[in-house]
Design a protein around this ligand. Structure first.
Ligand SMILES: [Zn+2]
Length: 180
């Protein structure tokens, strides 16, 4: 297995493997210093990201927004259930200069979206606009949130022994040894 031998230079000893198009990071593992998107050498220090997997669908969190007219308690309950049902993992993600720039820009867009979206929704509810419009705004917020989650990488498994993520580029994956 010649391909594995050369890929081993990057992945061996780091506790990081490839399983299909997923990257497996064993507990204590560290991604090799190459851009996770294009496989070019890393530029600057890695980006710290919190990854989540929730047993609840994305719209469950957005449900809280619909309950705003009912007051604070239902929102807190929904939010607590949503929080309790999710797993969290921290990951240091290496990026090249180009993909770091793209990431920074997406972050600005993402924050604008996450703060602006609910604000628009609250205004629509306050104005008692047609329910269709409110639902459309809610759908857009959910869509935006799910897009934010696939930014950089998306966790597909968070287990005590390892984290699995998707969204890494082919050149990065090719540097990793196949999981045994
Ligand atoms: Zn890159």
């Amino acid at each position: 297995m010649q391909a594995n031998a050369s890929a081993g230079e990057a992945g061996d000893g780091l506790g990081v493997y490839r399983r299909g198009d997923a990257v497996i990071i064993r507990k204590g593992g560290r991604l090799p210093p190459f851009c996770i998107k294009c496989g070019e050498p890393e530029w600057g220090s890695p980006v710290q990201r919190s990854l989540y997997i929730s047993a609840m669908p994305n719209w469950f969190g957005a449900l809280a927004l619909l309950l705003i007219p009912l007051g604070l308690i239902p929102i807190i309950v929904i939010f607590a259930i949503w929080r309790a049902a999710r797993e969290e993992a921290q990951l240091s993600i290496p990026l090249c200069a180009k993909h770091r720039d793209i990431y920074q820009m997406e972050r600005v867009v993402g924050w604008t979206w996450s703060l602006g979206g609910p604000l628009v929704l609250i205004v629509l509810i306050a104005l008692r606009d047609p329910p269709g419009l409110i639902l459309a705004a809610l759908a857009l917020i959910c869509l935006g949130n799910s897009l934010l989650q696939i930014r950089l990488v998306r966790a597909v498994a968070i287990e005590p022994g390892f984290t699995a993520v998707k969204g890494a580029g082919g050149s990065f994956l090719a540097r990793l040894p196949e999981e045994v």
